[in-house]
Design a binder for this molecule. Sequence first.
Ligand SMILES: [Zn+2]
Ligand SMILES: [Zn+2]
Length: 303
Amino acid sequence: MLNYIKLWGVRGSYPAPQGSHLRVGGNTACVEFCVDGYRLICDAGTGIIPLGNHLARQHGNSPQELCLLISHYHWDHISGLPFFVPAFMPNWTINVYAPGDSSAEIETYIAGQMQPPYFPVEVEVWQAKMHYRHTQQRQIQYGPFVINAFYVHHPGITLGYLIKVHDKVIAYMSDNELSFIDRSIEVRKNELNPRETELILAMAKEEWDNAVQQIKGIDILLHDAQYTPEDYQKKQGWGHSCYLDTIDFALDAKVKDLYLFHMDPAYDDDFVDNIYEKALKYCQQYSNTLRCHIARETLLIPL
Ligand SMILES: [Zn+2]
Ligand SMILES: [Zn+2]
């Protein structure tokens, strides 16, 4: 049995199905982990639609179960769910982990996007056994997967997930602004005296070091790399990272394989090729061990 990670949706913000974008991929966030026959899915962007079609075809009416980890409720991470065929099939059990204080709160957020006037049918038509669970102060165990959720820097409550499976450790951090404190210094520079600036910079370093520690030495990092440095200047505070910050993060944490994920939908394939060329040069300057990749839709990573 092949154990793998498959990328079904890699795009940030909104789908980009234009022909000019398809070497990277147009569907929004969805990553499937399949190990020893257990299936774990990170996020339910539009990438979960073709995954759902595939699962329904593959398994027919036999009893099936899966675990779905939602990072947050922005559209690009949940908008595939109303079209996820297994949710409409009685043979499926779907365990949903997501931000929220209670199962009822999570269910409300998930159901919200299917309420009128936004969608023709409501979640009541789903026939799968849906279990909504929060992740607070709790390790999630699902088959061979041991999962820890942690907060990342993104508007609203957003989770990253550290996933251990057999001898591999993978971090999924789809939306995360690594330089968020530098942003607050920039915004408040006229009101801050040198001492205050120094304190905030120390805080930024501590935050960075803690985040690095959290993913130290892991095998695979899937991380937000939405912007070029130029575009990041215009979009600071939007909750996303410049790809160079993402590479710095992976270098500091001595990650083995980095996948630049959640690229801006305005970036076509040629533009991403150019980013990738620069990313590889940047990596080679500082490390000969980090392997850097563009997260591309349909990519299969053997585990
Ligand atoms: Zn997103
Ligand atoms: Zn988001």
